[in-house]
Design a protein around this ligand. Structure first.
Ligand code: TXA
Ligand code: MG
Length: 346
């Protein structure tokens, strides 16, 4: 399959191109598109064969449900059979934006979308290109992150093309994603709201609206293979570059000393070394990348940097991590996964 590339400026959306991309989606094709979080791999949520094709293109396990993307709040009851007042408050506060709510599904939503669950994930993205595409398609759009399953999520069109060229109909290049980590997934289908995946909206922001929001324990604890988290995606190895990543956390001076020690050892073993920093770049390694000085900047750059280490044939990466702001939970969650839980606290 030849993958078409549409370059669309979010400040000046080309109607002809967006309508063409919308038509591909509507008739069952796969179109990757930018959102404010990461690039998504869109399919028509009403065509099960199209939805299933996203799983094949990504190599994604079929028991991991997808998020349904819509442009307007008024479409929620077409997807969900219940829209409780607390969910309305979250949507009114944080949507359009990096929030996904889990609600009880409408019977018309196919099992291919929800992996057989009785609930459905719904999100209203804020990115102008995403919104225009959903409107042009005229249907709800399922969209997992547009990476090969297990790889770091794509935050620009090049990442998508590297993973998906030849596997999907089209990619819309709309530049870099603003947030850089995925949406926060909040389960609103039960008595108590529970964060199933930390993301672009922080727990503090959510608690300002709903003080009883809980954190699912799988976010803070390592997940064993026999365990079944409520957010199925949380159990899979994720965000992993080919390089072996180790996270080093703690007091800044001690982190630096530890990384220098690890670099020396890795060099002696003949490995190509990398450091992803939140502080200075004066490390003695083959490639040193500054991902950001705070967690917000780090979130935006992290997935690009992880891919850059692979492009440069780096064998081992040591990543500094310091908690600086509300996005720390989301960043730490992705970083630990990319490191397969290899974490050193000093
Ligand atoms: O920011 C985002 O959310 C991006 C952009 C493209 O919108 N999408 C994204 O999709 O991250 P994906 O498929 O990579 O992650 C969706 C997560 C998975 O962890 C999945 O298990 C969970 O949402 N999920 C989907 N439906 C669910 C449901 N009914 N109950 C619990 N978790 C669900
Ligand atoms: Mg993903």
């Amino acid at each position: 399959m030849k993958t078409q590339i549409f370059k669309i400026d979010s400040n000046n959306i080309n109607e002809t191109l967006i309508n063409e991309a919308g038509a591909i989606l509507r008739r069952g094709g796969l179109v990757a598109f930018p959102t404010e979080t990461v690039y998504g791999l869109g399919a028509n949520a009403l065509i099960p064969v199209a939805v299933k094709a996203t799983f094949t293109a990504k190599g994604r396990p079929s028991d991991n449900p997808l998020i349904v993307h819509i442009a307007d709040k008024s479409d929620i009851l077409k997807i969900a059979r219940d829209f409780p007042p607390d969910a309305v408050r979250l949507i009114d506060t944080f949507s359009p934006g990096p929030l996904t709510v889990i609600l009880k599904k409408q019977p018309s939503i196919d099992d291919a979308v929800t992996a057989g669950l009785d609930t459905v994930a719904v999100r209203i993205p804020s990115h102008p290109v995403a919104r225009a595409l959903i409107k042009a398609a005229g249907v709800p759009v399922t969209a997992p992150s547009a990476n090969l399953s297990g790889k770091p999520s794509p935050t620009n069109a090049k990442h998508v093309i590297d993973d998906m060229d030849g596997r999907i109909d089209a990619v819309i290049d709309g530049g870099e994603c603003e947030v850089g980590v995925e949406s926060t997934v909040v389960d609103m289908s039960g008595e108590i709201p529970v964060i199933l995946r930390p993301g672009g909206i922080t727990p503090e922001q959510l608690r300002a609206v709903l003080p009883n929001v809980q954190l699912d324990r799988h976010i803070t604890e390592a997940v064993s293979v026999n365990d079944t988290p409520k957010c199925p995606g949380m159990k899979y190895k994720h965000y992993a570059p080919d390089a072996e990543v180790t996270v080093i956390e703690g007091e800044r001076g001690a982190v630096r000393v530890k990384i220098c020690e690890l670099l020396e050892k890795a060099c002696a073993e003949g490995k190509r070394t990398g450091v992803m920093t939140m502080s200075d770049t004066d490390y003695c390694a083959d490639l040193v990348l500054h991902a950001g000085s705070d967690n917000k900047e780090f979130a935006k750059n992290m997935f690009t940097q992880l891919r850059t280490f692979d492009e440069n044939g780096i064998d081992v990466v040591f990543a500094e991590f310091f908690e600086t702001d509300g996005l720390a939970l989301a960043v730490r969650n992705r970083l630990y996964k990319s490191a397969a839980n290899r974490v050193i606290r000093v």
